[in-house]
Design a protein around this ligand. Structure first.
Ligand code: ATP
Ligand code: MG
Length: 213
């Protein structure tokens, strides 16, 4: 049935017509998607950066930890800023076989109020992360909140990037944290910037188990 331009269907349109048009549209779409998939056939260890002010950076990284473990990969996680060890992610993942989990922070800089100590903690933490970046058994390494150590200048940015670049060819790395530097964004294969549209905290809701920690 010929339809006036721009009209795909209307209530009461005969069902077989609608399904035929739908099938034709989907076949066209499938051809385009299949061609795009056939183009993207490279494999490599990726560097992903999850940044921005919106919620969802670390939790997205932990989603990838679950995926990787599901495929039988081994995973390393370094949490740089957090000092707390009562988060749901740590309680769950650190007990899973194939996970190496390091809590390397001492809290935010306004908690510690001691620059020399922050720098020393950052450098000690980076030594642990570097070992994971040199371990070919680890298929995924998460460097949670690393961006702050770079933007505050606690770690040497060029040295950190060189360590990341020198990792095993098939190892994936996920870096999270606000204000990722341009150098880090440029080095990454995938960069997502989370937009802070709204957050319950600003309406006075405290951090909720299972959602925020
Ligand atoms: P999540 O771990 O929930 O994915 P995140 O890694 O994107 O969050 P961070 O900056 O690391 O965000 O902050 C961690 C904590 O702060 C979480 O409890 C999170 O809900 C909260 N948070 C994140 N973004 C905001 C925001 N824009 N306003 C207030 N609180 C936030
Ligand atoms: Mg985070």
């Amino acid at each position: 049935m010929r339809l006036p331009f721009g009209i795909r269907n209307w209530p009461g349109m005969p069902d077989d017509d609608r399904s035929a048009r739908h099938a034709a549209r989907m076949a066209k779409k499938k051809a385009v998607i299949d061609a795009a998939i056939a183009q993207a056939d490279n494999e490599k260890g990726l560097l992903l950066v999850l940044t921005g002010n919106g919620k969802g950076k670390s939790s997205s990284a932990f989603g990838m930890v679950a995926r990787a473990l599901g495929h039988g990969m081994k995973v390393g996680v370094a949490q740089f800023i957090k000092a707390r060890t009562d988060t749901g992610e740590e309680a769950f993942f650190s007990r899973q076989p194939g996970v190496e989990w390091h809590v390397l922070g001492e809290g935010f800089t306004w908690d510690t109020q001691n620059l020399e100590r922050d720098i020393a903690t950052a450098q000690r933490g980076w030594a642990v992360a570097r070992d994971m970046l040199r371990n070919p058994e680890l298929g995924l390494v998460v460097l949670d909140e690393l961006t702050y150590l770079l933007s505050y200048g606690w770690l040497d940015s060029a040295a950190v990037q060189a360590d990341i670049a020198a990792r095993p060819a098939m190892q994936h790395v996920v870096v999270t944290g606000r204000s990722a530097t341009d150098a880090l964004r440029n080095a990454a294969d995938t960069v997502s910037e989370l937009l802070d549209v709204k957050h319950a905290y600003r309406a006075g809701v405290k951090a909720q188990k299972g959602i925020d920690l």
